[in-house]
Design a protein around this ligand. Structure first.
Ligand SMILES: O=P(O)(O)OC[C@H]1O[C@H](OP(=O)(O)OP(=O)(O)O)[C@H](O)[C@@H]1O
Ligand SMILES: Nc1ncnc2[nH]cnc12
Length: 178
Protein backbone atom coordinates (compact mmCIF):
# COMPACT_ATOMS: atom_id res chain seq x y z
CA UNK A 1 0.00 0.00 0.00
CA UNK A 2 1.24 3.49 -0.71
CA UNK A 3 -0.17 6.85 0.29
CA UNK A 4 0.68 10.50 -0.30
CA UNK A 5 1.06 11.40 3.39
CA UNK A 6 1.90 15.03 2.64
CA UNK A 7 -1.64 15.54 1.38
CA UNK A 8 -2.96 14.51 4.82
CA UNK A 9 -0.66 16.73 6.93
CA UNK A 10 -2.10 20.18 7.56
CA UNK A 11 0.42 23.02 7.80
CA UNK A 12 -0.63 25.73 10.24
CA UNK A 13 1.50 28.91 10.37
CA UNK A 14 2.18 30.64 13.68
CA UNK A 15 0.81 27.89 15.94
CA UNK A 16 1.15 27.49 18.88
CA UNK A 17 3.53 30.48 18.75
CA UNK A 18 4.50 33.17 16.26
CA UNK A 19 7.14 31.82 13.85
CA UNK A 20 6.34 28.11 14.25
CA UNK A 21 4.94 26.18 11.28
CA UNK A 22 2.82 23.50 12.94
CA UNK A 23 2.47 20.13 11.19
CA UNK A 24 -0.98 18.94 12.21
CA UNK A 25 -1.57 15.17 12.11
CA UNK A 26 -5.35 15.44 12.57
CA UNK A 27 -5.63 15.18 8.78
CA UNK A 28 -4.05 11.71 9.03
CA UNK A 29 -6.41 10.70 11.84
CA UNK A 30 -9.49 11.90 9.94
CA UNK A 31 -8.51 9.81 6.94
CA UNK A 32 -8.68 6.04 7.66
CA UNK A 33 -6.60 5.19 4.58
CA UNK A 34 -3.80 7.51 5.68
CA UNK A 35 -3.87 6.18 9.24
CA UNK A 36 -3.87 2.54 8.05
CA UNK A 37 -0.94 3.33 5.78
CA UNK A 38 1.10 4.64 8.72
CA UNK A 39 0.32 1.66 10.98
CA UNK A 40 0.98 -0.86 8.18
CA UNK A 41 4.34 0.77 7.47
CA UNK A 42 5.24 0.57 11.15
CA UNK A 43 4.29 -3.13 11.31
CA UNK A 44 6.39 -3.81 8.20
CA UNK A 45 9.38 -1.99 9.71
CA UNK A 46 9.27 -3.56 13.16
CA UNK A 47 7.59 -6.97 12.99
CA UNK A 48 10.84 -8.95 13.08
CA UNK A 49 12.79 -6.83 15.56
CA UNK A 50 11.87 -8.62 18.79
CA UNK A 51 11.25 -5.59 20.96
CA UNK A 52 10.36 -6.06 24.64
CA UNK A 53 7.95 -3.12 24.51
CA UNK A 54 6.69 -0.13 22.54
CA UNK A 55 7.04 3.14 24.47
CA UNK A 56 4.99 6.09 23.26
CA UNK A 57 4.98 9.72 24.25
CA UNK A 58 1.93 11.68 25.40
CA UNK A 59 -0.21 12.61 23.69
CA UNK A 60 0.10 12.27 19.95
CA UNK A 61 2.63 9.44 20.26
CA UNK A 62 -0.01 7.27 21.98
CA UNK A 63 -2.16 7.31 18.85
CA UNK A 64 0.52 5.64 16.72
CA UNK A 65 2.30 3.53 19.34
CA UNK A 66 -0.74 1.70 20.71
CA UNK A 67 -2.06 0.15 17.45
CA UNK A 68 1.48 -0.94 16.54
CA UNK A 69 1.99 -2.62 19.94
CA UNK A 70 -1.37 -4.39 19.54
CA UNK A 71 -0.40 -5.66 16.09
CA UNK A 72 2.98 -6.91 17.36
CA UNK A 73 1.57 -8.33 20.60
CA UNK A 74 3.84 -6.13 22.73
CA UNK A 75 3.37 -4.22 26.01
CA UNK A 76 2.66 -0.49 25.72
CA UNK A 77 4.70 1.81 27.96
CA UNK A 78 3.22 5.27 28.49
CA UNK A 79 5.67 8.15 28.68
CA UNK A 80 3.56 10.94 30.16
CA UNK A 81 3.77 14.62 31.00
CA UNK A 82 4.55 15.29 34.68
CA UNK A 83 1.87 14.62 37.28
CA UNK A 84 -0.21 12.11 35.32
CA UNK A 85 1.29 8.76 36.35
CA UNK A 86 1.06 7.20 39.84
CA UNK A 87 3.74 5.15 41.58
CA UNK A 88 7.53 5.17 41.47
CA UNK A 89 8.68 7.17 38.47
CA UNK A 90 11.67 8.19 36.44
CA UNK A 91 11.44 11.79 35.28
CA UNK A 92 13.34 14.10 33.00
CA UNK A 93 12.96 17.73 31.94
CA UNK A 94 13.58 18.80 28.35
CA UNK A 95 13.22 21.65 25.86
CA UNK A 96 11.12 21.38 22.72
CA UNK A 97 10.66 23.59 19.66
CA UNK A 98 8.19 25.82 21.46
CA UNK A 99 8.68 25.39 25.20
CA UNK A 100 9.83 23.28 28.13
CA UNK A 101 8.31 20.29 29.88
CA UNK A 102 8.89 17.28 32.15
CA UNK A 103 8.07 13.70 31.20
CA UNK A 104 7.76 10.63 33.40
CA UNK A 105 7.55 6.85 33.13
CA UNK A 106 6.71 4.21 35.73
CA UNK A 107 9.77 2.34 36.99
CA UNK A 108 7.78 -0.92 36.97
CA UNK A 109 7.29 -0.63 33.17
CA UNK A 110 11.02 -0.94 32.39
CA UNK A 111 13.22 -3.98 32.97
CA UNK A 112 16.98 -4.04 32.79
CA UNK A 113 17.97 -5.44 29.37
CA UNK A 114 14.67 -4.52 27.65
CA UNK A 115 14.90 -3.72 23.93
CA UNK A 116 12.62 -0.73 23.41
CA UNK A 117 11.05 1.07 20.44
CA UNK A 118 10.16 4.72 21.11
CA UNK A 119 7.23 6.14 19.11
CA UNK A 120 6.03 9.69 18.57
CA UNK A 121 4.17 11.62 15.86
CA UNK A 122 6.79 14.28 15.15
CA UNK A 123 10.52 14.79 15.69
CA UNK A 124 11.54 18.45 15.80
CA UNK A 125 14.53 19.19 18.06
CA UNK A 126 14.42 15.61 19.36
CA UNK A 127 14.38 16.95 22.93
CA UNK A 128 11.28 14.98 23.92
CA UNK A 129 12.50 11.61 22.68
CA UNK A 130 16.02 12.24 23.98
CA UNK A 131 14.56 12.80 27.45
CA UNK A 132 12.45 9.64 27.06
CA UNK A 133 15.46 7.59 25.90
CA UNK A 134 17.44 8.88 28.88
CA UNK A 135 14.92 7.42 31.35
CA UNK A 136 15.05 4.00 29.66
CA UNK A 137 18.86 4.03 29.68
CA UNK A 138 18.82 5.01 33.36
CA UNK A 139 16.75 1.85 33.99
CA UNK A 140 19.25 -0.34 32.09
CA UNK A 141 17.08 -0.77 28.99
CA UNK A 142 18.31 -0.39 25.42
CA UNK A 143 16.44 1.96 23.08
CA UNK A 144 17.45 0.53 19.70
CA UNK A 145 14.88 2.25 17.48
CA UNK A 146 12.90 5.46 17.28
CA UNK A 147 9.90 5.97 15.02
CA UNK A 148 8.15 9.22 14.20
CA UNK A 149 5.60 9.83 11.46
CA UNK A 150 7.04 13.28 10.65
CA UNK A 151 10.62 14.58 10.88
CA UNK A 152 11.96 18.13 10.77
CA UNK A 153 15.64 17.35 10.05
CA UNK A 154 16.67 21.02 9.88
CA UNK A 155 16.23 21.07 13.68
CA UNK A 156 19.01 18.47 13.85
CA UNK A 157 17.30 15.75 15.88
CA UNK A 158 19.57 13.05 14.39
CA UNK A 159 22.59 14.41 16.32
CA UNK A 160 20.87 13.48 19.56
CA UNK A 161 20.42 9.80 18.70
CA UNK A 162 23.85 8.38 17.86
CA UNK A 163 23.64 4.57 17.82
CA UNK A 164 19.82 4.53 17.64
CA UNK A 165 18.04 3.77 14.35
CA UNK A 166 15.68 6.67 13.64
CA UNK A 167 12.90 6.29 11.06
CA UNK A 168 10.46 8.94 9.83
CA UNK A 169 7.86 8.48 7.09
CA UNK A 170 7.90 12.06 5.85
CA UNK A 171 10.36 14.93 6.36
CA UNK A 172 9.85 18.66 5.98
CA UNK A 173 12.69 21.05 5.27
CA UNK A 174 12.73 24.49 6.85
CA UNK A 175 9.76 25.81 4.96
CA UNK A 176 9.13 29.51 5.22
CA UNK A 177 5.92 30.65 6.86
CA UNK A 178 3.60 32.53 4.43
O1 LIG B 1 11.35 16.95 18.97
P1 LIG B 1 10.79 17.97 19.96
O2 LIG B 1 11.33 19.33 19.76
O3 LIG B 1 10.92 17.49 21.36
O4 LIG B 1 9.23 18.13 19.63
C1 LIG B 1 8.39 17.05 19.32
C2 LIG B 1 7.32 16.85 20.36
O5 LIG B 1 6.43 17.98 20.38
C3 LIG B 1 5.09 17.54 20.24
O6 LIG B 1 4.50 17.23 21.44
P2 LIG B 1 3.82 18.26 22.46
O7 LIG B 1 4.75 18.43 23.62
O8 LIG B 1 3.40 19.48 21.73
O9 LIG B 1 2.60 17.44 23.04
P3 LIG B 1 1.29 16.73 22.46
O10 LIG B 1 1.71 15.48 21.72
O11 LIG B 1 0.54 16.41 23.71
O12 LIG B 1 0.57 17.69 21.55
C4 LIG B 1 5.23 16.26 19.43
O13 LIG B 1 4.09 15.42 19.59
C5 LIG B 1 6.48 15.64 20.01
O14 LIG B 1 6.23 14.88 21.19
N1 LIG C 1 6.44 22.28 14.19
C1 LIG C 1 5.76 21.36 14.88
N2 LIG C 1 4.57 20.88 14.40
C2 LIG C 1 3.87 19.96 15.10
N3 LIG C 1 4.28 19.45 16.29
C3 LIG C 1 5.45 19.89 16.78
N4 LIG C 1 6.13 19.56 17.91
C4 LIG C 1 7.26 20.30 17.94
N5 LIG C 1 7.35 21.09 16.86
C5 LIG C 1 6.23 20.86 16.12
Amino acid sequence: MSYDLDSAVKKVPNFPKEGILFYDITGILMNPEAFSYVIEKMVELYKDKNFSSVACVESRGFIFGAPLAKELGLPIVLVRKAGKLPGDLYNRSYKLEYGEAVIEVQKSDINKGDKVLLVDDLLATGGTLQAAAHMFHEAGADVTDIFSVIGLPFLNFKEKFKGIEVTTLIDYHNEKIN
